[in-house]
Design a protein around this ligand. Structure first.
Ligand code: GDD
Ligand code: MN
Length: 384
């Protein structure tokens, strides 16, 4: 589909009076939103009748040409700024970057795909400016809000996710009905010191902000009608659900355990199941003895750990094709020391301590975790 060329004159609803008092920076994260971004910018420019406006589009090098289109618009409209990122990715980090670059006193973040109604912008800004609030969230679950763009399954998922999110957030935010929203306005002087600390590995920037703020932001919400997507597709996938689970556990661990270690640990747990299962299967179905079945089970579980970690824990450094195979060999090599330790320890435990194969294996697995996490972060996915 070739989108129409952008025409500023038809897109701008209102024109700006000079010197309007309050400055507002609107952060618009984009990934493949060429079909909607120009129309949205056009509608938002109408706000210049009330605010000194700055629009920051943060694009992660979208292959559909979103950045080229926004650059064209920015040439005609100096209040539109394009931040184009190459080699960095992720919604939460895009939002953080936009907020850190904003020059106004007040900032607002919203989706660029048309799912967030532009009418909610004024509602949120008016609430923020008239009340004594630091943060105003556009809520899909507000009493007066309607959801049009979510499937029944996704809506139920969000409701469940919200309940668990509220449970893990500071009590002061108990009245917020949508802590996972992608739409919110905030006072930058109050929020800036906190923004630095926001962990951007998650998808949900707002949730992270609320978590690091420790209840210090005066926050409320306004209704937000969530519209169906008209172009492109949602980037919410299994990995994002995973991120969310990690965020909750991270908060529940008082933010002490690194997010990535939690993820690595959970994957490790799945590996424990794989190892126990394969070992049991080889012993009962194939009739192998424990000492013969164990090495096969350990290698199978290490391979499964590697593949899942590559897809989830290290997905921003994900290895593909030949590199995936090389990575597996490296991973097996890196973990062979503890794999040997695992086998040795489990066998020794079995011989010396107890003839219980379950405890024998668990003892081996525990020793392996710490080494594997540290060594494979560094040598397999080349992260610190
Ligand atoms: N720069 C950048 N980089 N932008 C991104 C990225 C990324 O990696 N991923 C998504 N975006 C942009 C999209 O272009 C869109 O403007 C916005 O972020 C939201 O992405 P969607 O993929 O449309 O999210 P959604 O509609 O499924 O999820 C909505 O609901 C969530 C709560 O359930 C959004 O409002 C989320 O922000 C919200 O948390
Ligand atoms: Mn969307």
């Amino acid at each position: 589909m070739t989108p129409e060329p952008f025409n500023l004159a038809t897109a701008v609803a209102n024109d700006a009076p000079a010197g309007s008092p309050v400055g507002v920076s609107i952060v618009l994260p984009t990934f493949n939103e060429r079909g909607t971004i120009a129309g949205l910018i056009g509608q938002l420019l109408g706000l210049r009748s009330r605010f000194r406006l700055e629009l920051l589009v943060v694009d992660d090098d979208s292959p559909d040409g979103t950045a080229e289109l926004v650059r064209e618009i920015a040439r005609q409209e100096p209040c539109v700024r394009l931040i184009r990122r190459v080699g960095r990715a992720g919604l939460a980090s895009a939002i953080k970057e936009g907020l850190l670059d904003a020059t106004s006193d007040v900032a607002l973040v919203m989706d660029s795909d048309g799912q967030h109604e532009p009418a909610a912008v004024e509602r949120a800004l008016d609430t923020l400016l008239s009340g004594n609030w630091d943060l105003v969230v556009g809520s899909r679950f507000h009493r007066d809000a309607a959801i049009r763009g979510l499937s029944g399954r996704r809506e139920r998922g969000s409701t469940w996710a919200n309940a668990s999110a509220l449970f893990s957030l500071p009590k002061a935010y108990g009245s917020l009905s949508d802590p996972m929203s992608g739409f919110f306005a905030l006072r930058l002087d109050r929020a800036l010191p906190l923004l630095r600390a926001v962990d951007v590995n998650g998808f949900k920037f707002l949730y992270e902000l609320l978590a690091v703020s420790g209840g210090r932001l005066r926050a409320t919400d306004v209704p937000l009608t969530f519209q169906p997507r008209t172009y492109g597709s949602s980037k919410l996938d299994l990995a994002i659900f995973w991120d969310f689970l990690i965020s909750i556990l991270h908060s529940l661990s008082f933010r002490v355990l690194p997010r990535r270690a939690i993820s690595f640990g959970l994957v490790g747990l799945s590996g424990v199941l794989v190892q126990l299962l394969v070992c049991q299967l080889l012993m009962s179905a194939a009739g192998l003895g424990f000492e013969r079945a164990l090495p096969v089970a350990v290698v199978t579980s290490a391979t499964s750990n590697y593949l899942i970690n590559n897809a989830l824990t290290f997905r921003f450094q994900r290895l593909k094709g030949a590199l995936l195979v090389r990575g597996l060999l490296k991973f097996l090599l890196v973990s062979s020391l503890p794999v040997l330790a695992n086998v040795g320890l489990a066998s020794a435990f079995y011989d010396l301590v107890s003839r219980d194969t379950l405890w024998a294996q668990l003892a081996g697995i525990l020793v392996v975790f710490v080494w594997n996490y540290a060594a494979s972060s560094r040598f397999v996915w080349n992260t610190p």
